[in-house]
Design a protein. Structure first.
Length: 333
């Protein structure tokens, strides 16, 4: 872990993969936003195994700027791995992670930093889905999936934040660098929320406008790296893992309710219609199976929460050992 450097107040991290089309303009925007800050800063550009000319462009543009550092490796490992490398390389008292194209506006870095100072929070999230936030120029399908996904995932995390999946966030440097993170993909955003929650950290959100730049005819366009199916699958698995009731509770409730409805139907036939139900063996067995299965699934749900609680205790111990290992206490002679 990089030691905090008192001379660096703010570290800004962005991950880049095959962005040769827009990287020069994006870097200009980033530097313009940072140069307006009244504090010391560093910009960490993580080249996540780009196979185009992204790295050479970055090197040419930043060669004479000592406040800009480049972390580069090959092959491509995913956003989570890139962010972990950025966190390790950072030295600032505070850390902000943003998209290279600043799609939350040029003032988002300043706003996140100001909120970190004002609230003394461990994490501040730029949120387009809280009151006051909005989404502009984002393709309808992607915006819909994102909004629905965040609504579902917010039920799985505690505290319930409106935007769980976004990258644009601010952190206390010592807090984010002390987390033993593992995810290599975009699931890292969910992992950070989960682990900071386990540690009882302070969360804040600020309303923000997510705005994509409109496509311009005649100019080369960046290729989309969005894989809806893969992202939905991974995020749903995270939701079920964090809140077992989303899976076990729903399935258990439907199963138990179906069994009770069949049970009431059989009772109606027997007590009200005075019909013999002994010959309805399949219906009787189905009713018993559904009721017993529903109760069993609810039992699994209870056990899953017990396991989750145990996992949280183990993680807190792991975090403590991880922190001590990276910051050993010096013995007094």
């Amino acid at each position: 872990m990089a030691d905090s450097d008192d001379s660096v107040e703010l570290s800004v991290i962005t991950s880049i993969y095959n962005e040769e089309v827009i990287i020069a303009q994006s870097l200009d925007n980033l530097l313009a936003a940072l140069n307006e800050l009244p504090v010391s800063w560093e910009l960490i550009l993580v080249n996540d195994g780009s196979t185009d000319n992204t790295l050479s462009i970055l090197q040419d543009l930043t060669r004479d700027n000592p406040r800009v550092g480049i972390v580069s490796y090959s092959p491509n490992r995913g956003r989570g791995y890139a962010m972990r490398q950025g966190f390790t390389a950072s030295r600032g008292r505070y850390v902000v992670t943003v998209e290279a194209d600043l799609n939350y506006g040029n003032q988002i870095i300043r706003r996140l930093y100001d909120e970190l100072l004002a609230s003394n929070a461990d994490i501040v999230i730029a949120s387009p889905y809280m009151e006051g936030g909005s989404v502009q120029n984002v393709p309808f399908k992607r915006a819909l999936l994102s909004r629905l996904g965040n609504r579902i995932l917010r039920m799985a995390v505690s505290p319930p934040v409106a935007t769980v999946t976004g990258m644009t966030r601010g952190y206390r440097g010592d807090t984010i660098r002390s987390l033993p993170l593992e995810e290599d993909g975009k699931e890292i955003h969910l992992e950070i929320i989960s682990r900071l929650s386990m540690l009882g950290c302070c969360f804040r959100e600020i309303p923000a406008t997510l705005c994509w730049s409109p496509s311009k005819k005649g100019k080369p366009q960046r290729k989309s790296k969005f894989h809806a199916g893969r992202l939905i699958q991974s995020h749903l698995l995270f939701g079920f893992h964090e809140a077992p009731i989303l899976l076990f509770g729903t399935v258990g409730a439907v199963t138990l309710l179906s069994g009770l409805i069949l049970g009431f139907y059989l009772s109606y036939l027997y007590w009200i219609q005075n019909q013999t139900i002994g010959n309805r063996i399949v219906l009787i067995m189905t009713t018993i199976f559904l009721i017993l299965s529903g109760f069993s699934i609810f039992l699994f749900c209870f056990l899953a929460y017990q396991i989750k609680s145990l996992k949280a205790d183990i993680f807190r111990l792991h975090h403590r050992l991880y922190t001590l290992d990276r910051n050993p206490v010096k013995s007094k002679d």
